[in-house]
Design a protein around this ligand. Structure first.
Ligand code: DOR
Ligand code: ZN
Length: 344
C-alpha cells in the first residue's frame, strides 16, 4: 500500500476568492496546496475591465500569507458591453489568462452576464485570433428548462452553435456535471476542455435532497444523478488531458447558505487534495492524480507545469469543520466519510 505520494504542485483552474475579509480568510487555504488558480470575476460589481482586474489582482497579492508566491491567474467577466481592445490589451500584457462567460442569471452574481450572444461575437472572434480561452458556465437560464437539464440543453442551444460560429475559440466547459458534457468534450479533438470540481466527484443529487435538505451540498450546476457522478469520476481519473481540476471552491457564510433562499457553492479549498487522493485511490488511479491536478490544466493553457512539489501521506488530515471570517463562519465541504490522506 502506497504511504506517500509526491506530485508536481497542483493548480486550481476555477476558484472563487471573493474580496475583503472573505478573501483574506480563504486565500491561505488555496495558497497552502495550489501554486496558481484561475480567479473567478463574479464579484459585486464584477471584474469587467482590465482596470478592474489590475486592482483585484493587487488586492489578492496583498492578501497572500507571508512568504507565499501563489499566483492568481486573472479573468474578465464578459458582458454585452465588453470592449475587445481592452480584452486584447489585458491578454497581451499578461494580466489575464481567460475570459469568463456567465449566461445572465445563471448563478451567483451573474446578473451582468450575457443574454444576447450575438452581442459578444466580436469579442469572441478577437479572443480566437489571439488564442485567449473562454471559460464557460454552461447552463441555460430559460426558466422552462428543468434545472437538472440545464447543462445538456446549454450544449445544444448555446455551446455547439457558438463553437460552430467561432471554431478557433479555445473553450473550457467549467464544472461539468453530466455524462453528456464529458462525452461532448471527448467528441471534440482539440480546443475544448472541461474542469471537474471536487464535490461533483463525491456527491449526487440524493446527497442534497434525500433525508433532509443539505444546503452545504447545494451548488451550481447542481449535482446530478449517480450515473453522472460515476461518469465524472471516470473522466477525471482517465488521464485524458481534456479533463482537469477546477475546484469551484465558492465560500459563502453559513447565514448566507442556511436560509430560505440559500446561496449556491461548496467551500472545498481546505480539503480538496485529501479528497482527490482518496477518490483516485478508490478508482485505482493514484498514478493519474498528478495529470488531473498538475499537468493537464497547464498544458491546455500553454503554461509550464509547476516545478515545485506537493507531498501527501497516509493519515488523517487536520481539517476544521468551519473556518472563521470577519463576515461570519464558512463551513468546509464534508465528503461524508473520513479522509485518510493528508498534505505534509
Ligand atoms: O455553486 C456555485 N457557486 N456555482 C457558481 O457558478 C458560482 C459560485 C459562487 O460564486 O458562489
Ligand atoms: Zn464557479
Amino acid at each position: 500500500m502506497i504511504q506517500r505520494l509526491t506530485l508536481r504542485t497542483p493548480d486550481d483552474w476555477h476558484l472563487h476568492l471573493r474580496d475583503g475579509a472573505m478573501l483574506r480568510a480563504v486565500l491561505p487555504h488555496s495558497a497552502a496546496h495550489f501554486a496558481r488558480a484561475i480567479i473567478m470575476p463574479n464579484l459585486v460589481p464584477p471584474v469587467v475591465t482590465s482596470a478592474d482586474a489590475t486592482a483585484y489582482r493587487a488586492r489578492i497579492l496583498a492578501a497572500r500569507p507571508e512568504g507565499s508566491d501563489f499566483t492568481p491567474l486573472m479573468t474578465l467577466y464578459l458582458t454585452e458591453e465588453t470592449d475587445a481592445d481592452d480584452v486584447a490589451a489585458a491578454h497581451a500584457s499578461g494580466l489575464i489568462t481567460a475570459v469568463k462567460l456567465y449566461p445572465a442569471g445563471a448563478t451567483t452574481n451573474s446578473a451582468s452576464g450575457v443574454a444576447d450572444f450575438t452581442r459578444v461575437r466580436g469579442v469572441l472572434e478577437r479572443m480566437a485570433e489571439i488564442g485567449l480561452p473562454l471559460c464557460v458556465h454552461g447552463e441555460v437560464t430559460d426558466p422552462a428548462v428543468d434545472i437538472f437539464d440545464r447543462e445538456a440543453v446549454f450544449i445544444d442551444r448555446v455551446l455547439e452553435p457558438l463553437r460552430t460560429r467561432v471554431p478557433d475559440l479555445r473553450v473550457v466547459m467549467e464544472h461539468i456535471t453530466t455524462a453528456r458534457a464529458a462525452d461532448y468534450v471527448r467528441s471534440v479533438p482539440a480546443g475544448l476542455a472541461a474542469t471537474i470540481t471536487t464535490h461533483h466527484l463525491v456527491i449526487n443529487r440524493n446527497h442534497i435532497l434525500a433525508g433532509g435538505i443539505k444546503p452545504h451540498y447545494y451548488c451550481l450546476p447542481v449535482a446530478k444523478r449517480e450515473e453522472h457522478r460515476l461518469a465524472l469520476r471516470a473522466a477525471a481519473t482517465s488521464g485524458d488531458a481534456r479533463f482537469f481540476l477546477g475546484t469551484d471552491s465558492a465560500p459563502h457564510t453559513d447565514p448566507a447558505k442556511l436560509q430560505a433562499c440559500g446561496c449556491a457553492g461548496c467551500f472545498t479549498a481546505p480539503n480538496t487534495m485529501p479528497i482527490l487522493a482518496q477518490v483516485f485511490e478508490d478508482e485505482g488511479a493514484l498514478d493519474r492524480l498528478e495529470a488531473f491536478t498538475s499537468l493537464n490544466g497547464p498544458a491546455f493553457y500553454g503554461l509550464p507545469p509547476n516545478d515545485t512539489q506537493l507531498t501527501l501521506e497516509r493519515g488523517t488530515p487536520d481539517i476544521p469543520a468551519q473556518i472563521d471570517t470577519e463576515d461570519g463562519p464558512v463551513t468546509v465541504f464534508d465528503p461524508g466519510y473520513p479522509l485518510h490522506w493528508r498534505v505534509t
